[in-house]
Design a protein. Structure first.
Length: 249
């Protein structure tokens, strides 16, 4: 193997959001299977004591599932089936149980907002990755496609780039404006108006949340657009592509 090939083999490959999203969805399916499986077993046995014990396990398993597997094997089932691994930045090994637990708690508290900053980091890290000094990398490079990962970004600095302070300030202004527009437009009201026109929303939906599937999907889509727009704003701003803090030509 040539020296160049050796370097390429050792270069960390950081997972893109789409690849990580697939892993999250797999873990969600696994969680649903475990939950409904536990409910089926509890209803079949009909023992109150067994049902209480099983109920405790149903609570503990989702909480400990990710921290235990990430600390012992480098990833959950979702990570494994999407060829991903959670890596400690300090030694490139598995993260400790406490760090894996902290990642899980932070990710749960921040939700999808944790991933907004990924395109503005050198290693495609979410907020819970940054705070725990961890990365999500390709487990087996031989099985990965170029669109599944990035290598470390090096274009965030340079004499032609605005200062970090300026980029952060401009990003905050854009996010604030987006928040104001979002609030004034009231995405819930927009979704309601659009759904009433298409016949998917009814007054009962407003009064007691008795909404059609199409109405709920419309609301979820609006929220997804809001999060995606915020992520794009952060990424473009940090790359010097927003008006007010552009890279000098």
């Amino acid at each position: 193997m040539s020296p160049q090939a050796d370097v390429q083999a050792l270069t960390p490959r950081y997972a893109r959001f789409t690849r990580r999203l697939r892993g999250i969805m797999i873990d969600w399916v696994v969680g649903m299977i475990l939950l409904f499986g536990a409910l089926l077993v509890a209803s079949s046995i009909g023992s109150d004591h067994f049902a209480r014990t099983l109920g405790i396990l149903v609570v503990l398993v989702p909480v400990l599932y990710e921290p235990i597997l990430v600390s012992l094997t480098g990833g959950t089932l979702g990570h494994y089936f999407t060829n991903l691994r959670v890596v400690d930045e300090r030694d490139q090994g598995n993260v400790s149980f406490l760090k894996a637990l902290a990642r899980f708690v932070l990710k749960g508290l921040l939700g999808w907002y944790s991933f907004i900053v990924m395109t503005a980091t050198r290693r495609n890290q979410a907020i819970h990755d940054l705070l725990t000094r961890s990365t999500v990398q390709i487990r087996d490079p031989a099985k990965a496609r170029p669109r599944d990962y990035i290598t470390e970004r090096t274009d965030f600095q340079g004499p032609d780039m605005p200062s970090r302070r300026r980029r952060v300030a401009v990003i905050c202004v854009y996010l604030l404006l987006a928040f104001v527009v979002y609030g004034l437009a009231d995405v819930y009201g927009l979704a309601l108006a659009a759904a009433q026109v298409t016949g998917t929303w009814s007054p009962a939906c407003m009064k007691n949340a008795n909404c059609s599937t199409a109405a709920w999907l419309l609301t979820i889509a609006s929220a997804v657009i809001w999060v995606a727009g915020s992520a794009a704003c952060v990424g473009l701003g940090w790359k010097g592509k927003l008006l007010g803090a552009r890279r000098r030509s």
